[in-house]
Design a protein around this ligand. Structure first.
Ligand SMILES: Cc1ncc(COP(=O)(O)O)c(C=O)c1O
Ligand SMILES: N[C@@H](CCSC[C@H](N)C(=O)O)C(=O)O
Length: 460
């Protein structure tokens, strides 16, 4: 790639640190700092769907698929050290570098770093904190995030404020000169609440210019939202979810624009040894290429299912529905609604029966997979948040989370309809069914959802 006339490599340090390209292409377009070799040779910035699949290598055999450098060590030409880019895979590996450069491009970032899981990202990011530092974060957070923050507040001398981040004023109320980090998720998992990244980022930076605003973008992926463009300093994602798409690997990616910050994060990754393995880097690079087609289908299916449930009287949380209280805010930041939604039945036992009656929908934690999943967050993904805290944070114990895959939408709706009937979650009438306790008149449900509004007969 160094021979490309379109791009110049800035002088970098070993292991890809600082090896970013200048921002102008041959035509003078001001490109985001571009992480070749995954950028087309002409230096042009294409639409994201194109950039996702475009990678280029400098392998001596012109391999179309980036090789897996399954090697822990790299021989060196002399004993003087420091002359070559790689020496040891914990510090850097060509397959990992290739993935990082590709992800930096996709995430509109100067630099991306890949680690062994989404929680690995948060571990690396929170090592920026020092005892006495304060963190402001949400009251609806992924259970594992909550658990790590709790550990840090109990054992690491970090003060953590959980506030309702859907209201920027609650952030303003607690933020102060000791606030070194603001940690956000949007949409939140599992209550699908929306958080105003630009407003909160500006409150944080005004109050303490050195505060770092970190956003967990796992629920939407870079296809649908770019928090760095909205004022965040760090974005991270669990690569276990949409980025890879098949639930066959664990990974995490951290992306930043500020070189000094990226150096501090890289230091921890090298020092602690949590960089992603060559094989998982290769798998993740392969998965990222289909992110666009997967997400488009998953999101279209999720919209159908959300409308189906809502039309039958269920309380549904999904930012693709106009009834979402923060619909406008969501669409001011994001290009899509994603494929995770949740709904309530009003009864834990009914919810449990629905989950267990589903056949196509696997009972499983996680999301972003091509297969559709159903879960009860309070008992599964968020069980690490104790019951009292869940109550204080108004997490409905009966909430069901649907993580929609790429199957045929009619099949998914049929299976869900059958599960709802089998679980006794709906009132059945000759012309349709409605959620128990719903004020909706039977039969008035819209045609937008199920293949038919007729009450399905439980087939099992
Ligand atoms: C929103 C969110 N962030 C981070 C994580 C952590 O990712 P990982 O499981 O890859 O560690 C998860 C799920 O696990 C998640 O749902
Ligand atoms: N037992 C795991 C649960 C993982 S939940 C995975 C995912 N983030 C989700 O929301 O489903 C744990 O304790 O972390």
């Amino acid at each position: 790639m160094s021979g490309s006339p379109a791009l110049e490599i800035s002088k970098g340090k070993p292991n890809g640190v600082g090896n970013v390209f200048t921002t102008k292409d041959i035509d003078g377009h001001d490109l985001p700092p571009s992480p070749a070799p995954s950028t087309p040779r002409n230096g042009r910035k294409y639409n994201l769907m194109t950039e996702l699949v475009y990678t280029e290598g400098n392998d001596q055999y012109n391999a179309s698929s980036v090789p897996i450098y399954q090697s822990a060590t790299f021989k060196q030409p002399s004993a003087s050290g420091g002359a070559q880019e790689y020496d040891y895979t914990r510090s850097g590996n060509p397959t990992r570098t290739h993935l990082e450069r590709h992800l930096a491009k996709i995430m509109n970032a100067n630099r991306a770093l890949v680690v062994s899981s989404g929680m690995g990202c948060l571990d690396v990011i929170t090592r920026l904190l020092r005892p006495g530092d304060e963190v402001v974060t949400g009251d609806d957070l992924y259970g594992g995030t909550n658990r790590l923050l709790k550990y840090l507040s109990t054992h690491g001398g970090i003060i953590v404020h959980h506030v309702d981040t859907t209201n920027p004023e609650s952030v303003r109320d607690v933020i102060n000169s000791k606030t070194t980090m603001v940690l956000l998720e949007t949409p939140t998992n599992p209550l699908i609440k929306i958080v105003d990244i630009p407003t909160i980022a500006s409150i944080a930076h005004q109050t303490n210019p050195s505060a770092v605003v970190a956003v967990d973008n796992t629920m939407l992926s870079p296809l649908l939202q770019n928090p760095l463009d909205l004022g965040a300093d760090i974005v991270y994602e669990s690569g276990t979810k949409y980025l890879s798409g098949h639930h066959d690997l664990m990974a995490g990616v951290i992306a930043v624009n500020e070189p000094a910050l990226s150096e501090r994060l890289y230091f921890t990754i090298n020092a602690s040894g949590c960089g992603l393995s060559p094989f998982d880097s290769w798998l993740l690079l392969r998965g990222v290429k289909t992110l666009g087609v997967r997400m488009e289908k998953q999101q279209a299916n999720a919209q159908r299912i959300a409308e189906f449930l809502e039309s039958h009287g269920f309380k549904v949380r999904y930012p693709g529905l106009k009834s979402h209280p923060q619909y406008d805010l969501h669409w001011s930041m994001a290009r899509g609604a994603g494929a995770v939604l949740s709904f309530e039945t009003g009864d834990i036992n009914v919810s449990e029966r629905i989950v267990e009656s589903a056949r196509l929908w696997a009972i499983s934690v996680s999301f972003g997979c091509v297969n559709s999943l159903i879960s009860m967050p309070c008992r599964m993904s968020h069980a690490s948040i104790d019951e009292k805290t869940r109550r204080e944070r108004q997490m409905p114990e009966d909430i069901i989370r649907l993580c929609v895959g790429i199957e045929d939408a009619e099949d998914l709706i049929d299976d869900l309809s059958r599960a709802l009937v089998q679980a006794g979650a709906v009132n059945i009438a000759p012309d349709g069914f409605t959620a128990l306790g719903s004020s909706q008149v039977v039969g008035e449900s819209s045609e937008s959802g199920a293949g038919s509004n007729a009450a399905p007969t439980p087939s099992e």
